[in-house]
Ligand binder design. Structure first.
Ligand code: NAP
Length: 247
């Protein structure tokens, strides 16, 4: 098993991509602490999956946009776990509208949940990883963090910031054995993208070289690779999981 005896923290583990990452990690033997805002519909299933693989799933709750709540919750999980080998900052939101219509609170909330929360969680978790001289941090960016996206200036800025942040952190902590990478998904079928109208979805899919939307499993597979011993010489990178959209 790729993550036997490893401990992982995954934010945004209740649904979509984060849920599939939690499943992939548990199936490879990791003990997983999953964070979301409230008890998830899949909690019992994840606990069973963990038991089936001889490990444990722990769900805990915090609003990633609330620095105090987030910090207290992550410190609690870290002390319960006694340290994490893998951290996935995956929790994310959109508040899309054209820039000239965007309210400052929609700018602030997206930056807080998508970017500032990753900084806060990394600060707590990486401090411990540095002392143990090992760890893999995976930050969930987006293709629009590289190429931009109309109607998403707040979201694109948060993801572009997350990429620059991750590359900078990789340079700071590499000599201590800690790796930091980003995944940049393209168009993935989850709750986040289900509001997209069918005709727009069709035209997007037409523009994807692999001619399909991605699945949460497609992204989870990349996270598993970056979390595991298969990627020990990879840091400061952005792995696109986008069917060729960004090429
Ligand atoms: P999703 O289905 O909407 O799930 C979002 C997850 O984030 C949920 O677990 C949710 O928990 C959690 N979350 C949201 N706000 C939170 C908050 N304030 N505090 C704590 N947890 C919070 O989204 P997804 O599509 O899986 O996206 C996961 C990540 O991939 C995000 O960072 C997103 O930006 C990125 N991404 C997605 C796509 C895509 O096409 N889907 C493309 C590029 C990048 P609750 O259930 O408690 O709300």
């Amino acid at each position: 098993m790729l993550l036997e005896n490893k401990k992982a923290l995954v934010t945004g583990s209740s649904r979509g991509i984060g849920r599939k990452i939690a499943e992939a990690f548990l199936s490879e033997g990791a003990e997983v602490w999953g964070m979301c805002t409230h008890e998830s519909a899949g909690k019992a299933e994840l606990e069973k999956l963990a038991a089936d693989h001889g490990t444990k799933f722990h769900e805990f709750y915090a609003d990633a946009g609330n620095a105090e709540q987030l910090t207290a919750a992550v410190k609690g999980a870290l002390s319960e776990a006694g340290g994490f080998d893998v951290l996935v900052n995956n929790a994310g939101i959109t508040r899309d509208t054209l820039s000239f219509r965007m309210k400052k609170e929609d700018w602030d909330s997206v930056l807080a949940v998508n970017l500032t929360s990753a900084f806060l969680v990394c600060q707590i978790v990486s401090n411990d990883m540095i002392h143990k001289k090992t760890g893999s941090i995976i930050n969930m960016a987006s293709i629009v963090g590289i190429h931009g996206g109309a109607g998403q200036v707040n979201y694109s800025a948060s993801k572009g910031g997350l990429i620059a942040y991750s590359k900078s952190l990789a340079k700071e902590v590499g000599s201590r054995g800690v790796r930091v990478n980003c995944i940049a998904p393209g168009f993935i079928d989850t709750d986040m993208t289900k509001a997209v109208k069918e005709d727009i979805r069709k035209s997007w899919v037409e523009g994807i070289p692999l001619k399909r939307a991605g699945t949460a499993e497609d992204v989870a597979n990349a996270a598993l690779f970056l979390a595991s011993g298969m990627s020990t010489y990879i840091t400061g990178q952005v792995i696109g999981v986008d069917g060729g959209m960004g090429c």
